[in-house]
Ligand binder design. Structure first.
Ligand code: IFM
Length: 444
């Protein structure tokens, strides 16, 4: 692995999110989020799992901090749970919630680990869903209010902020495919939610900049995938163009001042509810763009598929993770180089990269996850080769610190660099975690 292209101050981190790890859903004034509600929907989550306990990280933060120290990461990306800060999504603040993240930030700084805060990783307060959720424009305004509150409290010590994690999932998977909270299947709702998520990002960026005491760096995190046609058939080429529009351009274009892609407005047959100045707010310069990468997409035209008219076509013989996602590190290189070149992106971070494999602990609780270690090395290598080609990537964050609640899949997919034995909540660093620690120490 040649990492010589990486800058000397390259950040090595891990990412987590609140609902997937914290548990303690009713502790210290937290009120329900849409994920608490969705988990109660029959058959929504495999095995009937919920985030009620998760990794109990809310109480076990000292154990997680110890893991971070042992890995030797220089940065930790975590999300703040909106329903702990403003349990009803607006108005009254919950001091205990603010204190919790205040302590995390102080502990990280004491350990010389740079905090990297995500403001929204999908846990919308349920009260806001009752007034329309992201389909309602008002939610974008409420999100900015909450972002300002968090920045006012943590912004004297936190420099790096991301507004929204993966708006694609919140809009398309949650409002069109129904596989994530709030579980809608409605194209109109999905297009409206997509616009309000981007507007929320823009308004929240302003609120962070206005309220943080130090000079903040603010960005958004997109999950991007290269989209390729399954064959040389021109119909498949057009399908890949639609897949790219739906997955990548719908987000990248408005964020970079190009407005919504006209071809996709035609495909959806629905105009996003843009009001005067919205596009300007959305396109305010990003200090960085966070890129989450998991797989590439290969698609074939299929008229029987509503709206988008394509279906995924697996690559025969390709290696896959336990979730069936193709392992394709070159795709990470490709998306980084693409955003750097086509969108002239400023600083980039790989804000998530990771894989679920079938982890089987030995008698001592140790997991010899050679596949995950190789996955990690290959994706770090792909990042370094993108940097060598001019992408200004300044950090890599592995997903995830520990195994955790993988949304509608429940707990069976394990992404952690540390294994969690859920009944005892014992954490054990896996072989891949040791490999990551060695890479961070420069032993590769
Ligand atoms: O677990 C998720 C995370 O919440 C968002 N990005 C993808 C991860 C793996 O599916």
């Amino acid at each position: 692995m040649n990492l010589s292209s990486l800058p000397a101050d390259f950040r090595w981190g891990v990412s987590t999110s609140a609902y997937q790890t914290e548990g303690a859903v009713a502790a210290d004034g937290r009120m329900p989020s849409i994920w608490d509600d969705f988990c109660r929907t029959p058959n929504a989550i495999e095995g009937g799992d919920t985030g009620e306990q998760a990794c109990d990280s809310y109480h076990r933060w000292p154990e997680d901090l110890a893991l971070l120290r042992r890995l030797g990461v220089t940065s930790y990306r975590f999300s703040v749970a909106w329903p702990r800060i403003q349990p009803l999504g607006s108005g009254a603040l919950n001091p205990a919630g603010l204190d919790h993240y205040d302590r995390i930030v102080d502990d990280l700084l004491d350990a010389e680990i740079t905090p990297f805060v995500t403001l929204y990783h999908w846990d919308l307060p349920s009260a806001l869903q009752r007034s329309g959720g992201w389909v309602a424009r008002d939610t974008a305004l409420r999100f900015a209010e909450y972002a300002g509150v968090v920045a006012a409290r943590l912004g004297d010590r936190v420099r790096d902020w991301t507004t929204i994690n993966e708006p694609l999932c919140c809009a398309w998977i949650a409002h069109l495919e129904g596989r994530m909270a709030p579980g809608h299947r409605d194209l109109h709702d999905a297009v409206h939610a997509s616009h309000h998520l981007l507007l929320g990002h823009g308004l929240a960026s302003d609120a962070v900049r206005a309220n943080a005491e130090s000079t903040p760096q603010v960005g958004i995190v997109l999950n991007l995938s290269p989209c390729e046609p399954a064959t040389d058939d021109p119909a498949d080429a057009r399908a890949a163009e639609r897949a790219d529009g739906h997955t990548n351009r719908w987000w990248l274009d408005p964020l970079h001042g190009r407005g919504y892609p006209a071809d996709m407005v035609d495909v959806y047959g629905i105009e996003p509810p843009v009001q005067p100045r919205d596009l300007e707010v959305i396109a305010a310069p990003l200090d960085f763009l966070g890129v989450n990468y998991y797989f590439r997409m290969r698609v074939a035209a299929d008229d029987t598929v509503a709206t988008l008219g394509y279906r995924p076509v697996p690559v025969v013989g390709a290696a896959t993770t336990a979730m069936g996602w193709e392992v394709h590190p070159q795709g990470l290189h490709d998306v980084l180089v693409r955003v750097a070149k086509e969108y002239d992106s400023p600083v980039l971070y790989v804000t998530e990269s990771g894989a679920a494999f079938d982890d089987v602990p030995d008698a001592d609780g140790h997991v010899h996850d050679a596949e995950r270690a190789e996955y990690l090395r290959d994706h770090i290598g792909a990042t370094a080769s993108a940097v060598a080609e001019g992408a200004r990537v300044q950090g890599f964050y592995a997903w995830s610190l520990t195994d955790n609640f993988e949304w509608s899949y429940g707990y069976w997919p394990r992404f952690g660099l540390a294994y969690v034995d859920y009944p005892s909540q014992r954490r054990t660093i896996k072989h891949s975690g040791e490999v990551y620690a060695a890479i961070i120490r420069g032993e590769h």
